[in-house]
Design a protein around this ligand. Structure first.
Ligand code: FAD
Length: 365
């Protein structure tokens, strides 16, 4: 994973601010990382992947997240697509699609719709079998990385339950339209997708079709959650580095900012935020690597802790940098905008709290 970090570091360079302003990451760069298997580094070697453990992949995700949350978001989508295919696909589908995701193809995952946000049981998108084809009709919103994607993993209603289909973005009837002016992760290629009578080979319908929506989306979201959680650790590390540099170099009232106790408290709280988010993620990754039944809960906990800490921590970082950080593309300002969105996606904070409280209350029955 050190080699991966060096590759990503070299490709990213000092460009994240410019990507944020432009609202796009150069496609050839996304492609290079995809070709190296770096966007979904946990795919096993037998499918052409790097086969990193969750803990190793998490540290890599945090590194990319510390540099650029947009690129990290693209990684989260690719990893979630790969995980969904690995878990729901049959052997043929794994052999067909996973090597593509580790050799250059980019993928995105669509659950959300205009009327189905937190409550995905109200999805309107319809997936139906028609002879040896599958037909998809619907509309997805806010799909991260869709603007870069070659493959779209689309969830919808199917025969009384739900299903996911792998939709090549060039299939007739697929229309991808960028979400205008996202508040953060501005270069992550968020797009709305319309699917009008999209006809695919039956082999593109992932196994597990017809199971409950909750079962299917929980599988996909688990990967998204742990990836976002590690990405938030990266946001906190970037904020800590900016605050450290500023608090020792900027003087007011005759001494460095960091020697004023109210500023020192911000510094201490940022360290606590970074450390507690890291520990929650490490714990979840260990459960993940053991394939422990506790992994789902540990992942929700990590996502909740990390995204809250990142949103609060980034706000403190802007406070300490003050006017020095109060430009849209300054790393702390970017962190502030990006981190806030992490409290919304892959199960908002409120939805995570409901899952955590359900766990506690179920134990009392
Ligand atoms: P709503 O569901 O309308 O919720 C509004 C508010 O009400 C929230 O605060 C929510 O927590 C709260 N709320 C809702 N229900 C309850 C409840 N039962 N109890 C308490 N509070 C509740 N979607 C995809 O499919 N793929 C993607 O790749 C993707 N990427 C995204 C990237 C970004 C940057 C953003 C902002 C969104 C993305 N989304 C994506 C959509 C995202 O999953 C949804 O925004 C999210 O699920 C919340 O849905 P909503 O925005 O419709 O809010």
């Amino acid at each position: 994973s050190l080699e991966l970090r060096a590759l990503a570091g070299e490709l990213i360079g000092d460009q994240p601010d410019a990507w944020d302003r432009a609202g796009a990451i150069p496609e050839d760069l996304v492609r290079k990382l995809a070709e190296a298997g770096a966007l979904c580094a946990e795919v096993p070697a037998r499918y052409g992947g790097l086969g990193l453990s969750s803990a190793e992949s998490g540290e890599f995700t945090a590194y990319v997240g510390s540099r650029c949350s947009s690129l990290r978001s693209v990684m989260t989508s690719q990893g979630m697509a790969a995980w969904t295919i690995q878990r729901l696909g049959d052997r043929g589908q794994r052999t067909e699609f996973l090597p593509r995701l580790t050799s250059g193809a980019v993928a995105a995952v669509g659950f959300s719709e205009t009327g189905a946000g937190s409550d995905l049981s109200t999805m309107d998108t319809e997936i139906r079998s028609d002879g040896d084809s599958v037909v998809v009709d619907g509309h997805k919103v806010w799909v991260t990385a869709a603007d870069y994607a070659d493959l779209l993993v689309v969830f919808g209603r199917y025969e009384g339950g739900a299903a996911a289909a792998v939709v090549p973005a060039t299939t007739p009837g697929v229309h991808v339209e960028r979400v205008p002016e996202p508040m953060g992760c501005r270069a992550a290629g968020h797009a709305n997708i319309r699917l009008d009578g999209v006809r695919l080979p039956a082999a593109n319908l992932l196994g597990g079709a017809g199971q409950s929506t909750a079962m299917l989306v929980t599988t996909a979201l688990a990967y998204g959650r742990i990836s976002v959680a590690w990405g938030c650790v990266g946001i906190l590390r970037a904020c800590l580095a900016e605050v450290r540099g500023h608090a020792v170099s900027r003087e007011q009232f005759g001494k460095p900012l960091g020697e004023h106790q109210l500023v020192a408290r911000h510094v201490a709280e940022l360290l606590v935020a970074e450390q507690s988010a890291t520990r929650a993620c490490e714990h979840a990754s260990r459960r993940w690597d053991e394939r422990s039944p506790e992994m789902v809960l540990a992942t929700v906990l990590a996502k909740y802790v990390s995204s809250r800490q990142a949103a609060d921590g980034a706000a403190s970082a802007v406070q300490v940098l003050a006017s020095a950080g109060a430009r849209d593309s300054h790393p702390v300002a970017r962190a502030y905008r990006d981190a806030k969105l992490m409290e919304i996606i892959e199960g908002s904070n409120e939805i995570c709290q409901l899952i955590l409280s359900e766990h506690v209350l179920a134990g009392a029955k």
